[in-house]
Write a protein that binds this ligand. Structure first.
Ligand SMILES: Nc1ncnc2c1ncn2[C@@H]1O[C@H](COP(=O)(O)OP(=O)(O)OP(=O)(O)O)[C@@H](O)[C@H]1O
Ligand SMILES: [Mg+2]
Length: 399
């Protein structure tokens, strides 16, 4: 009875899911500290580059941003937090998040006049942007500061707005931190406007900083949008965990519940998951379910493997697969045939019995959808780890 209690499904600590906070955020202490240093330097008026976390699907970019933003908020920073879906404009996403952040700043800034002014500047910005971006929801009337951030030109107005917010934040000895997830989906001209606005703030030494995350293509996109982007941001690579951290991700939450893993069981999970965080959570969850008692054995993990794969196929992989056209599926299936990657675009085309130019639009569409990226010129890789195996399961034949 006691052993069964150990493996109580109600206590299963593992948490697979997009953006789901893990029971143990393993292996990311250094990067969290790096972010914290950048934020403190920014608030103290010292030069600091924003961080854009770059990595494949499911490596833990979102939970990292969440952790950093929670700590920043607790430390008194003003937070504007958004995630970019594929189809919405940057101004439409920024406006409501800015509004609530500025209302907060206004409360901190009760003694200063800049808090009120900046709300009026936002009012003008909203009015001007509404004419161009139909997806902006009309908020409450904030008033208007004529001639600031209201020209209708996004590059100009976003710079004005962030500069005004920066001044108000400086007055109150705080800093504005923009958290933007899925940056790769921001349209190029809107991304350019954002980079330019951050650049303006840096020039005026105002405490405004970006903490972002996205797929590997975001680095090239930033460079294309504004050549000076690389001086403003660093792009820390977020990858699979090292084996010590991967073990900690599994063992630490279990240990809190007096459950341990056999050594071979852990080794097997690390091998199956290649230490990718999303997969570690999935295997942890199923190993717990399959184990009858602690220590969790390699037998339990072997049973868990087929369940974990079935679940990933039905969720993590499937949601991405379902968004593809038949031509895109074929292109990816050809990539899978060649293995994990990266692959030469020419080799993929050859396998499809087409020339490179003919399949170039398909490749471009897949990059746009965030399914693949180009790690170096002429190369193509999956953005979803282990996607090649999934494609072979779901499309056994290379049609
Ligand atoms: N450092 C970590 N240790 C343990 N588990 C983690 C860690 N980072 C993330 N996870 C787990 O991995 C899963 C994926 O995390 P998250 O959604 O943040 O990834 P992502 O990189 O944002 O993926 P996507 O590109 O699909 O948005 C979640 O279940 C989360 O709990
Ligand atoms: Mg994410």
């Amino acid at each position: 009875m006691l052993t069964l209690l150990y493996m109580d499904p109600r206590k299963n600590p593992y948490a697979p899911g997009a953006g789901t906070v893990p029971p143990e955020l393993a292996g990311r202490d250094d990067i969290i500290e790096k972010a914290s240093i950048a934020l403190d330097r920014c608030r103290n008026g010292l030069s600091a580059r924003g961080l854009c976390f770059v990595g494949l699907r499911g490596v833990g970019k979102t939970v990292l941003l969440t952790r950093i933003s929670q700590e920043a908020e607790a430390a008194g920073f003003v937070i504007v937090s958004i995630e970019t879906p594929e189809k919405r404009s940057l101004p439409a996403l920024l406006v409501p998040a800015m509004r609530s952040a500025l209302l907060k700043l206004d409360r901190i800034a009760a003694a200063g006049h800049l808090g009120k002014r900046v709300l009026r500047v936002l009012g003008g910005f909203i009015g001007a942007m509404k004419l161009k971006y139909e997806d902006i929801e009309f908020g409450v009337d904030l008033g208007k500061e004529t001639g600031v951030a209201d020209s209708g030109d996004l590059e100009h107005d976003l710079s004005d707005l962030l500069v005004e917010i920066g001044k108000a934040a400086k007055e109150k000895q705080t800093a504005l931190v923009l958290f933007i997830d899925e940056i790769q989906y921001i349209k190029e001209n809107q991304f350019a406007a954002l980079i330019m606005a951050m650049h303006k703030c840096a020039q005026y030494q105002l405490p405004v900083i970006l903490m972002g995350a996205g797929l590997p293509q975001l680095v090239g996109q930033a460079g294309r949008a504004k050549s000076y982007a690389e001086r403003l941001f660093e792009y820390p690579q977020i990858g699979p965990l090292n084996s010590t951290a991967a073990r900690a991700a599994l063992e630490t939450p279990a240990a809190k519940l007096d459950v341990v893993f056999d050594k071979e069981a852990l080794d097997e999970i690390l091998a199956q998951t290649q230490c990718y965080p999303y997969f570690l959570q999935e295997w942890g969850k199923h190993s717990w379910q399959c184990a009858l008692e602690s220590p969790i054995s390699v037998n339990a993990v072997n049973n868990a493997t087929s369940l974990a794969i079935t679940e990933l196929d039905a969720s993590f992989f499937r949601v991405r697969f379902d968004r593809l056209t038949p031509g895109e599926k074929k292109y990816l299936r050809a990539m899978a045939e060649l293995g994990t990657g990266p692959h030469r675009s020419g080799d993929i085309a050859t396998l499809l019995k087409k020339d490179v130019q003919t399949v170039a639009p398909t490749r471009a569409a897949l990059i746009g959808k965030g399914m693949i990226y180009s790690p170096s010129h002429g190369d193509t890789s999956f953005t979803v780890p282990l996607f090649d195996g999934y494609l072979k399961r779901v499309m056994p034949e290379l049609a």
